[in-house]
Design a binder for this molecule. Structure first.
Ligand code: ASP
Length: 306
């Protein structure tokens, strides 16, 4: 299993040891939770959902509790999940009152005939499934609010680009897993990009762009500049390369993330796993929170390039 907690301007010099440890601890807990499910013979879908829920509940990540603010000062959450065995998929976008969007995405997949639901319609559906909606202030965190105020001040003063490391507070979360039955699954959850316009939807809830899984090829979850991931259909493209052109997972993921996206100045990264358990975690930003566990239970956590 592999998980990520977002890619972006993550520099060693900017992360205090306390923050670094907090990220490593949460990534480890999320991964171990998923791994235990897989070890017990549980499904890759269950493992992906459980790991993502832990990161959604943690204010460090830009998903669920730690979501960034839109230009209107609210939180709009996107998530999706895909089953590599059946190609079943579920997604929600622009929800404002759902504590764990990944679980609602799974409900869309399993309890509705649809793949994607947005906004108030998705929340109406959540209520029919017994999901308790949370008030908007559940998502308020001091760190994200400060980031929002700084971004707004920059915008007001006409500075469109953030200082290095100040903007690009990515932190989207995702997971890919392969279970004992040989089934792949992928999921992604995000608050989107900071200061996004009201109603903007990124790649994370778009099947094929931010999330894709197919037992015939691979499972992918992406993070980065969503518009580029949508235009390049990143997750599905990596799987298609593996399936049709016979290149390795690493090669396919590198070609898309390190060549195609870089050529277009699209920042970000992916985590990917193929049907034999090979993994790839390329990113073209300074860092990407990422962690993986092998079938013997060995956990590796990485943040920076080295
Ligand atoms: N890809 C996400 C989006 O564009 C953001 C991120 O991964 O940081 O909404």
């Amino acid at each position: 299993m592999v998980i990520h907690g977002g890619a972006g301007t993550i520099l060693r010099s900017r992360l205090t040891p306390v923050m670094e440890k907090a990220y490593i601890d949460t990534l480890t807990i999320a991964l171990r939770t998923g791994y235990e499910i897989l070890q017990r013979g549980g499904s890759s879908l269950d493992a992906v959902e459980a790991a993502i829920r832990i990161m959604e509940d943690c204010p460090l990540f830009n998903a669920g509790k730690g979501a960034v603010f839109t230009a209107n000062g609210v939180n709009e959450l996107d998530a999706s999940i895909m089953d590599g065995k059946t190609l079943g998929a579920g997604a929600v976008a622009a929800v404002e009152h759902v504590k764990n969007p990944i679980s609602l995405a799974r409900m869309v997949m399993e309890k509705s005939p649809h793949v994607m639901m947005v906004g108030s319609g998705a929340e109406e559906f959540a209520k029919t499934q017994g999901v308790k909606l949370v008030p908007p202030y559940y998502f308020w965190t001091e760190r994200r609010w400060r980031g929002f105020e700084a971004a707004r001040a920059r915008a007001d003063s006409g500075k469109t680009t953030a200082l290095p490391g100040e903007g690009n507070h990515f932190g989207t979360v995702g997971a890919v897993a392969l279970d004992k039955a040989g089934n792949l699954a992928a999921g992604t959850s995000t608050g989107g990009t900071e200061m996004k316009r009201y109603g903007r939807v990124g790649d994370s809830p778009i099947i094929g762009a931010g999330t894709y899984a197919n037992n015939l090829s691979c499972a992918v979850s992406g993070t980065g500049d969503g518009e580029f991931f949508i235009r390049n259909n990143v997750a599905a493209d990596i799987c298609a390369r593996v399936r049709y052109s016979g290149v390795s997972l690493q090669q396919a993921a590198d070609d898309v993330v390190m060549k195609e996206l870089v050529a277009q100045h699209g920042g970000g990264g992916v985590i990917a796993m193929d049907r034999t358990g090979n993994i790839a975690t390329p990113f073209n930003t300074e860092g990407m929170y990422r962690a993986w566990v092998t079938s013997d239970g060995k956990i590796t956590v990485r943040i920076y390039k080295d």
